[in-house]
Ligand binder design. Structure first.
Ligand code: GDD
Ligand code: MN
Length: 366
């Protein structure tokens, strides 16, 4: 038996419902990385299709393969971060687990790092020799191009394919940037480039984006929202928690829902004001709960019986928040310290902070 080599390159593979792609992925890495000591780290968010079991079955006989199975959490970016933090290899790479990225350029990415040519090597569809292939629908292509233009407006370096999820970098560099990352959403490369605190030296290595053979894409509308959130977070210098922003925005939508329901039930409908006001409050709270569950706490999403329990708790939290709101505003107003506008604003602000603080610890527990 030969001595095990310390891996030179750790390949982090985020996956969700990619069971059918696990074994082909290992075979492709094995072929592409001949002559390089490597390890592969599958990071799975407890996929129902048994992705983690497949990876662990291979790991049982192949010491180069590892698997991190996360429970109760979802998220491409955070999965990549966790994988990269889990290795001692001097170089780390991230590649999609659905075989859409071309693993055969990994040796060239590694070489660009080892020679010092670059601090981060990016698999790129937008430089000479690379293409988007058949892997993207026309709409996805537009989103991707638009996102790239938007990203370049805020990036300290020009990157032809900043939306890429395929890259490699020295582990020490990643470790130094990791504490500054936002780590929500889909765009971990962009997050790294924006969090480095200085322009990184980039090399873009062309490849052709393949079509997906098995499984399906996890990109949806909320992923786009998260992208906007990442840019907002960086623009604000990370001072306001992103979750709070999302929570407050959802709250704003809730106000509109409330007014619409009130209009329908009282203005146009049969209910008296008080009854309509109560009903509208429940409609708005329910809408807020569902929106928060999908967007604000997407990574902790409640389902099944937990959803119902969460909803009841949320009513309770908001109820207390509403009482506090009315109480504080009334107190401020009674003492004649401030105008009614200011009193109302202070009450509402206090309520949002209260609702946020309590629901993020009790309703959507970390
Ligand atoms: N662990 C984990 N958790 N993995 C996830 C999650 C998650 O919540 N969501 C997606 N993944 C995995 C998928 O299983 C896949 O291996 C990889 O992340 C990319 O997800 P896809 O759903 O296939 O994304 P895509 O093909 O739409 O987007 C890819 O291409 C973009 C370029 O257009 C990603 O690589 C993007 O990062 C890339 O920018
Ligand atoms: Mn994909």
């Amino acid at each position: 038996m030969t001595e095990p080599l310390t891996p030179r390159l750790a390949v982090v593979i985020p996956c969700y419902n990619e069971a059918a792609n696990v074994a082909p992925m290992v075979a492709k890495l094995d072929a592409a990385l001949a002559g390089i000591a490597w390890e592969a780290i599958f990071v799975d968010d407890n996929s129902p299709d048994g992705t983690a079991e497949r990876a662990k079955a291979i790991a049982a006989t192949d010491p180069r393969i590892r698997c991190i199975r996360r429970i109760g959490r979802r998220g491409l970016a955070s999965a990549c971060v966790e994988g990269m933090l889990s290795t001692a290899a001097p170089y780390v790479a991230v590649i999609d687990g659905d075989l859409q990225h071309d693993e055969t350029i990994l040796p060239r990415m590694l070489a660009a790092l080892e020679s010092g040519e670059a601090e981060i090597a990016i698999g790129s569809r937008n430089v000479e020799g690379g293409t988007k292939g058949e892997g993207l629908s026309p709409i996805r292509r537009m989103v991707s191009d638009g996102g790239a233009a938007l990203a370049n407006a805020v990036l300290p370096v020009r990157v032809a394919d900043p939306m890429s999820g395929f890259f490699a970098m020295p582990r020490a560099l990643f470790d130094s940037i990791a504490p500054n990352l936002t780590a929500t959403g889909f765009k971990i490369l962009l997050d790294i480039l924006l969090s480095a605190g200085r322009p990184l030296r980039v090399a873009e290595i062309p490849y052709t984006f393949r079509s997906r053979e098995a499984g399906e894409s996890k990109l949806d509308a909320t992923v786009l929202l998260e992208f906007a959130g990442l840019l907002a977070d960086k623009a604000l210098g990370g001072m306001v928690p992103l979750r709070f922003l999302a929570f407050a925005l959802v709250g704003g939508v809730g106000v509109l829902v409330h007014l619409a329901a009130l209009g329908l039930l009282h203005g146009l409908g049969p209910l008296g004001f008080d009854a309509a006001q109560w009903s509208a409050t429940f409609v708005a709270m329910t809408a807020n709960f569902l929106l928060n569950n999908r967007i604000t706490y997407r990574d902790r999403r409640l389902r099944g019986p937990a959803l119902l329990r969460g909803l009841v708790l949320f009513y309770l939290v908001c109820g207390i928040g509403a009482v506090a709101n009315v109480g504080i505003a009334g107190l401020l107003l009674r003492d004649g310290v401030v105008s009614w506008g200011l009193a109302g604003t202070a009450g509402a602000l206090l309520t949002v902070v209260w609702n946020y603080a309590v629901s993020s610890t009790l309703v959507w527990r970390p």
